[in-house]
Design a protein around this ligand. Sequence first.
Ligand SMILES: NC(=O)c1ccc[n+]([C@@H]2O[C@H](COP(=O)([O-])OP(=O)(O)OC[C@H]3O[C@@H](n4cnc5c(N)ncnc54)[C@H](OP(=O)(O)O)[C@@H]3O)[C@@H](O)[C@H]2O)c1
Length: 258
Amino acid sequence: MTHVKNLFDLTGKVALVTGGSRGLGLQMAEALGEMGAKLVITARKADELAEAKRRLERRKIIVATVANDISNTAEIPQLVDGILSQFDGIDILVNNAGATWGAPAEDYPAEAWRKVIDLNVNAMFFLSQCVGKKAMIPKQSGKIINISSIAGLGGNPPGMATIAYNTSKGADINFTRALAAEWGRYNINVNAICPGFFPTKMSAGLLDKLGDSIKATTPLQRLGGEEDLKGTVVFLASEASRHITGQYIAVDGGATIC
Ligand SMILES: NC(=O)c1ccc[n+]([C@@H]2O[C@H](COP(=O)([O-])OP(=O)(O)OC[C@H]3O[C@@H](n4cnc5c(N)ncnc54)[C@H](OP(=O)(O)O)[C@@H]3O)[C@@H](O)[C@H]2O)c1
C-alpha cells in the first residue's frame, strides 16, 4: 500500500504549464516543481519567462521555457514536438493561459470576443488534443488540469461586464467533463479548477475597484493568495486524485456558496 505522502509525489513527472510566467500559472508551476516535477512553462513574453525560470531554479526546480502565442493553434504541434524531443513525455498539462476583456455586452467588440474565445477555449482544446495524442494516449496515462474560473459558473456581480470571459470559462468546464468522459478509457484524468478572485496582472484593475466589496461578501473574507492554488493543483496532478475525473474545484473562499 502506498504511503499517502507518496500519492502526492510528482518526482520524475513532466508538467507543461501554459501562461506559467507569472500570476496563477507561475504559482501552480512552482507547486508542481516543489513536488518533484520537471517543468515546461510557456507565455508570449520572453523576459517574464526568463525571470520566472530564475525564480524556479532558485528553488532547485528543473524548468524549460518556450515563448509562444498559444492562441496560434497551428503552432501547437511544433510546441509539443519540441517538448517531446527534450523530455521523456508530458505527464501533466495545466491549461492556464487566459485573457479577459471588459465591455458591456451590447458594445462588446467582435475582435475582443474572438481573442478571448481563441485563447480560453480554442487553445485549450487544440493543446489538449495534441498532448493527448502525442504524449498521454500512447502512455495510457495523464493528468489534464483546465483553469476555468468562478466566472464560468454564472454571471458577474454588478459593475463587471466580461461576457466573452464568462462564456469561455463556462465552456472550459463542460469541455473538461466531455474530454474526461472520452479519455477515461486511456487512464487520463481531466479536471478543472475555478479560482475566485486572486490579485494578479489580469485582475488588478477590477480588484482596485471592487476588491474591498468582494472581500466583504466572501465567506472567508479574503482574496486568494500566493499559495492558495498550490494544494489543489498538486492534488489534481497526482495519484491522490486517480479516481476523480470531469470535476471542477472552486478555490474561491466560498464566494460561490452564497
Ligand atoms: N486572477 C484571478 O482572479 C483569476 C480568477 C479566475 C481564473 N483565473 C484564470 O487563471 C489563469 C491565469 O490568470 P492570471 O490571473 O494569472 O493572469 P495573468 O497574470 O495575466 O497571467 C496570464 C498568463 O498567461 C499568459 N498568456 C496570456 N495570453 C497568452 C497567449 N496568447 N499565449 C500564451 N500565453 C499567454 C501570460 O503571459 P504573456 O502575457 O507573456 O503571454 C501570463 O503568463 C487564466 O486562465 C485566468 O482566466 C484568474
